[in-house]
Design a protein around this ligand. Structure first.
Ligand code: TYD
Length: 134
């Protein structure tokens, strides 16, 4: 799977409340090495603004809403996430930004690699070169 994709998650609706699930290699195409979450984002702030050489991610809006903007070096696509029963698969090599965070939004991110500062591409021109070699 090398294209970004919204992935619908299993959903068990119950009068006691709902439950959804993510298992590695089942709903998402990678082994989960790391989980982090972004919260208490002040109004108007944006996150991201980088690409990863190797890391793949799966992003879920566990609460509230936000937008994820993915850029493949040629065009940008905006994905609005606002439900906890689906998420966005982000392959390696996409420039990613996140904005439009609602109050009390909670972004959960599952990642395919351990944290590695060397995996980040922060320079947009370098990213464009990297993307053109894809
Ligand atoms: P950063 O990747 O810049 O966040 P975003 O993708 O939202 O722009 O991470 C912010 C800080 O957190 C940065 O100093 C690195 C640190 N960090 C870790 O130490 N481990 C991690 O797994 C992540 C994602 C970030």
């Amino acid at each position: 799977m090398d294209k970004p994709q919204i992935i619908e998650l299993p959903k068990f609706l119950d009068k006691r409340g709902n439950l959804s699930i993510i298992e590695q290699f089942k709903q998402i195409p990678f082994e989960i090495k790391r989980t982090y979450w972004i919260y208490d984002v002040p109004g108007g702030e944006h996150r991201g603004g980088h690409a990863y050489r190797e890391n793949q991610e799966f992003i879920v809006a566990l609460s509230g809403s936000f937008d994820v903007i993915l850029d493949d070096g040629k065009s940008k696509t905006v994905y609005s996430l606002n439900r906890s029963y689906y998420g966005l698969y982000v392959p390696k090599g996409y420039w990613r930004e996140m904005n439009n965070f609602s109050t009390n939004s909670l972004a959960m991110i599952l990642a395919s690699t351990a944290y590695n500062a060397e995996d980040y591409i922060f320079d947009y021109q370098l990213f464009k070169t990297h993307a053109s070699q894809r």
